[in-house]
Write a protein that binds this ligand. Structure first.
Ligand SMILES: [Mg+2]
Length: 384
């Protein structure tokens, strides 16, 4: 779903920019914010944004369709529910492990660069942008790709235990939920919860830590019916698996890090193997949330895990979110008044400012919120 910001057309913006009184910006921002809260519905979940978009305090919190706040890490089930038919669960059919669909929490949309991720160390685990050395983190473009080359995210209720040595890689886990690459054709949004079909897995070794990458496809993708194995991906998406290896190998090199390594000589394992790895990370998560394993700095507050000592009331979960700064689109709108703080993408192409680098849609108004000082001189300024 497109955000209110991206729905602003350039023509509309130009027409009203000069005459739009400052007091109106607030009304527009508030209306847009309210609109935004209720439109970002995905599956059975809603999201609620807090803080300022594209800023270190931006957060995406998760709610049930009844409006109860939840943790995407602990309260969204790993296994996707059966389809509902007029509110009644569809007749269950016995499925083999490899036919089961999983919930995926989308963190990073395909072709984008901002490293959005579930904040495992914050209460209720909202999605936020990773910050390194005080700066928002963006992955570099790995030639010839633009941003991440799949929708990237995590399987809920999984955990790669940093105290457990994986027998396949002989390395400990990376202390995060297991990562997923959705190769479906639809570009998803951060905070979407989609059902995915697992197709295979890659054993990445990141600075001595096991960091499994599940390869999956959105179950609603037109190709999902035809893709049933990693070999099917190889045949029907030529080059995508090779590009995936290249991408993971090199994506930290521009930041001065060494190339990542892989278990099994960089060979993808099949979906049955992937299912076994997912099961074991699910068991590690279960032990974590039931306090059978040391949680360290992982935040385990949840509202639905029976017998978990970290389970809290709906009221307490709500209080966590209410204590966080509200969504502040006004901040973005007020930047209209300063010609040096925004650029406009009149047609297609990549707009680049500071360390931000993303492809804008035709007609999209792009905002530079915090990094105007880093605008390269070649970026056009538009005078009001
Ligand atoms: Mg990981």
């Amino acid at each position: 779903m497109r955000s209110p910001l991206s729905r602003c057309s350039v023509g509309h913006f130009l027409k009203h920019f000069a005459t739009f009184p400052a007091s109106c910006y607030k009304q527009v921002a508030q209306a847009a914010a309210a609109h935004h809260l209720y439109l970002r519905k995905s599956m059975h979940y809603l999201t609620e944004e807090r803080g300022r978009p594209n800023a270190p305090d931006y957060r995406i919190y998760f709610k049930t369709s009844e409006g109860k706040y939840i943790s995407p890490f602990h309260d969204i089930p790993l296994f996707a529910a059966e389809e509902m038919d007029h509110g009644v669960p569809a007749k269950k059919t016995k499925k083999s492990d490899s036919e089961v669909l999983y919930n995926m929490v989308v963190e990073v949309p395909r072709w984008s660069n901002a490293k959005m991720e579930i904040a495992t160390k914050e209460s209720l685990n909202p999605i936020k942008q990773d910050v390194k050395k005080g700066k928002l983190r963006y992955v570099a473009n790995i030639f010839p790709h633009k941003g991440y080359i799949w929708n990237y995210g995590a399987l809920p209720q999984t955990w790669e235990d940093p105290s457990h040595t994986d027998k396949n890689t002989e390395c400990c886990g990376d202390n995060d939920p297991i990562d997923v690459c959705d190769i479906g054709s639809r570009v998803c949004q951060p905070g979407e919860v989609i059902k995915v079909k697992v197709l295979g897995i890659l054993a990445m070794i990141d600075e001595g830590e096991t960091d499994w990458k599940v390869i999956a496809i959105n179950a609603e993708d037109p190709d999902a019916q035809n893709l049933n194995s990693i070999e099917d991906v190889r045949k029907s998406r030529p080059g995508h698996l090779e590009a995936t290896i290249e991408w993971f190998k090199k994506y930290k090199v521009p930041d001065g890090k060494p190339e990542n390594k892989f278990g099994f000589g960089g060979q993808f394992k099949d979906k049955d193997f992937a299912v076994e790895i997912i099961k074991s990370t699910h068991e590690h998560w279960r032990a974590l949330v039931h306090k059978q394993l040391a949680a360290g700095d992982i935040e385990c507050k949840n509202v639905s895990c029976c017998d978990s000592p970290f389970k809290c009331s709906d009221e307490k979960a709500s209080a966590v979110v209410q204590s966080v700064k509200k969504l502040n689109l006004f901040y973005a709108y007020t930047n209209f008044t300063d010609a040096t703080t925004f650029i406009m993408c009149l047609c297609i192409g990549t707009c680049v400012w500071g360390s931000t680098s993303r492809v804008c849609r035709c007609g999209q108004v792009a905002f530079c919120l915090e990094e105007q000082a880093q605008l390269p001189p070649t970026v056009p300024r538009v005078s009001p």
